[in-house]
Design a protein around this ligand. Structure first.
Ligand code: NAP
Length: 254
């Protein structure tokens, strides 16, 4: 039976961990050849090996999305390995330190913006012309519920994700005539190393309080976000563009 992404090429940034890893694996299981990238080579290469072990096709490119030369080289690596680029998931992101707005250092604020917002724009800038030349494509940016609502202690992160939704909408409008769709996923709290590093997953009291903020009273799984990304990149979503798709267990609905 043909798979949804047979013959297609997908790129995933931050593909070595969490949501990015799950999405790279899902793209491969759906038949895509996958360019996995991550700032940490060990992690990204591990995802690439997992895809190949399961009989899929994947290549790795090291990329810090806040560096334009890395991003350009990553898109070129997709073309040199697989000859085209049909789908891109601009996923790489960092949480930054938890601090009140007036207590956040300028350096920390700028770094979160550099990775989460400028990084996604650098990816779009490199991906869009390739897709335009090819006659179309689909891009998904990984935003957050904090692209729509606030959260105390997350000024830089929320600013970056609100900005990312604006960027998504503008790119969607500009590139719709060129047959390129640009959307975003907006996950709630998802069980990934990002939450472990933030000290959330391992503290039952903190975890319980945050789970209670979701109508479904649990954190999401990376695979649940991956499924939404694949749908947005598939032909089934052919009339969907500029859309921020909540994958949040009802967090924002309340
Ligand atoms: P994760 O497990 O930490 O994965 C993020 C990956 O991106 C890591 O491999 C990370 O490497 C990499 N990365 C960090 N900085 C990078 C850079 N400058 N260039 C390229 N790669 C970089 O986190 P995750 O939860 O899967 O997060 C993925 C995306 O989902 C992020 O954009 C995040 O904001 C978004 N998100 C997550 C949640 C959640 O609750 N988990 C909710 C909403 C949205 P390192 O390990 O070196 O940092």
């Amino acid at each position: 039976m043909p798979s949804r992404f047979d013959g297609k090429v997908a790129l995933v940034t931050g593909g070595g961990s969490g949501i990015g890893r799950a999405t790279a694996l899902a793209f491969a299981q759906a038949g895509a050849r996958v360019l996995v990238s991550d700032v940490i080579a060990d992690l990204g290469e591990s995802t690439t090996r997992a895809i190949v072990r399961e009989g899929g096709k994947a290549a790795f490119a090291a990329c810090d999305v806040s560096k334009s030369t890395d991003v350009e080289a990553m898109v070129q690596a997709a073309l040199s390995n697989f000859g085209r680029l049909d789908a891109a998931f601009n996923n790489a992101g960092i949480a930054g330190p938890r601090a009140l707005t007036a207590e956040l250092s300028e350096e920390a604020f700028q770094r979160v913006l550099a990775v989460n917002l400028t990084g996604a724009w650098l990816c779009l800038r490199a991906e869009l012309p390739v897709m335009e030349k090819q006659g179309g494509g689909a891009i998904v940016n990984n935003a957050s519920i904090l692209g729509s609502v606030g959260f105390a202690g997350a000024a830089a992160y929320a600013a970056s994700k609100h900005g990312l939704l604006g960027l998504t909408r503008v790119a969607a409008i500009e590139y719709a005539p060129k047959n390129i769709r640009v959307n975003a996923v907006c996950p709630g709290f998802i069980d990934t190393p990002m939450l472990t590093q933030a000290g959330i997953s391992l503290d039952p009291k903190v975890r319980g309080a945050l789970e209670a903020l979701h109508a479904q009273k649990r954190f999401g799984r990376p695979e649940e976000v991956a499924a939404a990304v694949l749908w947005l990149c598939s032909d089934e979503a052919s009339f969907v563009t500029g859309h921020p798709l909540l994958v949040d267990g009802g967090y924002v609905a309340q």
